[in-house]
Design a protein around this ligand. Structure first.
Ligand code: CO
Ligand code: CO
Ligand code: CO
Length: 325
């Protein structure tokens, strides 16, 4: 949305801005020297789980993810807080911050500040600054014909969060999804750096279809997605088939529809999950098919048990996704 609103405004350009606001990439990149690029991102959200500590972990992992999606290393983080101090106990906020801090430390980064605002609705997240080698930045524009697409986390967190809001799922049944959302994309990013990554992004608000389409458009390619090989939360399938789907996921599906070719045999519920808006989703990595099996094996060996090859870059084109069974 911001890109659209900024379109006619005079945003200054400079050759040191390697990745700016106009591409739909994960983070901004500024060239500091021949060897170091600054990578910056900001993200915050409203609670999607009941436990404040878990929410803090998830929101921080979600904010750090854009740094990892660029192949960068996070160095510093700042808290962003909106909180109703008159209505809610500050201990609740302390738990959010405790969860966030745990993830910042796990990332090897340092908390160096923050800002809070009185607000009726809780919001929490981070601004994160990292560094990368300018020659080795992962953007979403490099996917090539002959690549395979790898995903590192299961899909369906938007559906599950909607079910939780409607009190249709217990906190206990939500636990698996909570742990995945709180999982940093650090390992995925580190492992991927040992391979010939052509394109990378993380799966968040626009869902798998939206983010993969961004990659297909930026890379000018056609991507074939194999629906049956995509890892999903079993409970998410259950709720999606009952019609428990967040509004954002419908928006995603409609947005992508002009660029989608869906095999008629595809289960429509599955398609809803592919469009489901994700919080702190996994990385989507495009790399030569010959290396993809080894990448998946290493990711699984490092605890990312659902890592899978879910598609192929089949040809050059204007940016399109073909979904087959
Ligand atoms: Co992102
Ligand atoms: Co983001
Ligand atoms: Co990127």
């Amino acid at each position: 949305m911001l890109t659209e609103l900024l379109k006619d405004l005079p945003v200054a350009r400079d050759e040191r801005v390697l990745v700016g606001h106009e591409t739909s990439d994960d983070a901004g990149v500024f060239l500091l020297s021949e060897h170091i690029a600054l990578v910056q991102t900001v993200d915050f959200l409203t609670p999607i789980v009941n436990n404040p500590y878990d929410f803090g972990r998830i929101a921080a992992a979600n904010a750090l993810s854009d740094i990892y999606a660029m192949g960068a290393i996070p160095l510093t983080a700042m808290n962003i807080v909106c909180f109703p101090t008159k209505k809610l106990d500050l201990l609740y906020l302390r738990e959010i911050l405790r969860g966030g801090l745990e993830k910042i430390h796990e990332a090897g980064a340092f908390l160096i500040g923050g800002h809070s605002v009185e607000d009726d609705e809780i919001k929490y997240g981070l601004s994160v600054t990292g560094i990368a080698s300018p020659q080795r930045i992962f953007t979403n524009a490099g996917a090539r014909q002959g690549d395979a697409i790898v995903i590192t986390k299961p899909l369906g967190t938007g559906i599950l969060a909607t079910a939780l809001k409607g009190k249709l799922i217990s906190d206990a049944d939500m636990e698996e999804a909570v742990e995945w959302m709180a999982t940093l994309n650090k390992t995925a990013s580190e492992v991927a750096k040992n391979f010939s990554v052509h394109g990378c992004t993380d799966v968040t608000g626009f869902g798998l279809l939206g983010h993969l389409l961004e990659m297909a458009i930026a890379s000018k390619v056609v991507i074939n997605l194999q629906a049956s090989s995509i890892p999903i939360f079993p409970k998410a399938y259950e709720f999606a088939s009952m019609g428990i789907i967040p509004a954002g996921s419908y928006t995603n599906k409609n947005f992508c529809s002009d660029y989608l070719e869906v095999d008629p045999s595809i289960d429509p519920v599955l398609l809803d999950i592919l469009a489901d808006t994700q919080t702190s989703g996994g990385l989507l990595i495009s790399l030569p098919t010959s290396e993809a099996y080894k990448l998946v094996e290493e990711l699984r060996g490092r605890g990312l048990s659902v890592a899978s090859i879910i598609g192929q870059v089949v040809e050059k084109g204007k940016g399109k996704i073909i979904v087959t069974a």
